[in-house]
Design a binder for this molecule. Sequence first.
Ligand code: UDP
Length: 472
Amino acid sequence: MKARLVLLPAPGSGHMTPMVELAKHLVQHNFSITLLTMGPAFPSSSSSSSIASYIESVVGLDITFIELPHVDLPFDRTKSAMAHLSLFIEKHNPHIKNAITQLKFSSPSTPIHALVLDFFMTSMFDVEEELGIPGYIYFASGAPLLALMLYLPTLDAKITGHYKDLEGEVEIPGLPPLPSLVLPEPMLVRDEGYQSFLSHALRFPKAKGIIVNTFAELESAVLETINEGRCLPDHPTPPIYPVGPLIGVKENPEMSSNACIKWLNKQPLASVVFLCFGSMGTFPAAQVKEIALGLEQSGCRFLWALRFRSGEGFSMPSDANLDEILPEGFLDRTMERGLVWPSWAPQTEILAHPAVGGFVSHCGWNSFLESLWGGVPVLAWPLYAEQRLNGFLLVKELGLAVELRLDYKGEGLVKGEEVERGVRCLMGEYEEGKKVRKRAKEFSEIGKGAIEEGGSSFATFKRLAHQFAQGT
Ligand code: UDP
């Protein structure tokens, strides 16, 4: 009989996609999977990956989706996005507990062997203890953020005041000295959002294991430091399972009927620079105009996924009205070599398409893995969450990205000339870009090899599957 696992993704594609990919790999190891899903944490008027599309992607596999009851939590604009997300998740806890209890007692002869929690779902560890089911964390970012999260309680005791005001660099075991500005956004100010971030970090040692969406060859030094226990000096470090890169890639991206792909099918090999800034990334109108100017002057082919936010304060991006926000005549002048897509784009397929040769990115972890998969180098323009940390390390440590602006905070414009130069460099006009392009190709092969039979992540998966099957 198959062992059962319950997976708990946090809302948002950056969390759902890697969890669904984990589920697909786990069914290959003969597990039966149930995914408990929540509605969106933030109201959105723009199209994005829906639960229905995830369900469609697992047809025929032993994966069941259960939608949790709806929780209504209006967004309080005085709170940070991190504080809202944590509260939204916590409000689901009674529903999650009910769902797991029902699953447990509906089929007592097949016990639930493990709960796999997104790293923003650690408040469920209390429930896990009550129900007597081993709980694991699935960490949908890289080893550097994991090192930082494990070390955060130590750092919190060492450092007083706001991290954003720190002079000098922050020392985290396994990482190079970090300028305080590249620390994750929820850490910079010690507000309610920081306290939720810290409370997740404090619960990490409770995990029976931490599964990470990376691969040993990419981040060997930092993974080794974590395994040696240097990031978590006061507790035993849970076993770490690097199982990546797990991305929602489809076979033959050229076959898709999406308009972006059809357009890419007509472009020469590795000639197009793709611009896309994650689930939340947008720019003010003046910055959009500078990007347009830079693209126009670069002379490069481009595919630009451009969404927009109107009004003050936090809101989710909406589909863009191109006539309103682009410079007059831009679309006509660039129609022979550019496509602006005003909505959610099929990013994974785009980055796997042979016509794409560069990616201007906010450096979200999933976006990075997707570009790595396609062997596409990155021009780093981090915007929020842990993206400045990712961008900094991609540029300074891994040599997989060229810097556009690592300390962009939404104030001051990145001028058209900078965008132009960055894009030209990314597409291989300068030595720096050439090196990064070569490395991206090399790591693409290594990453793909890691999850194939005989690869490092494949071996880790086997170890993890064995651990799950024990039910301890
Ligand atoms: N994404 C997409 N189309 C878009 C924007 C984003 O498919 O137009 C996907 C992207 O492929 C990635 C996810 O949304 O899988 C974003 O995750 P990431 O970790 O890169 O960033 P974040 O969640 O912080 O935005």
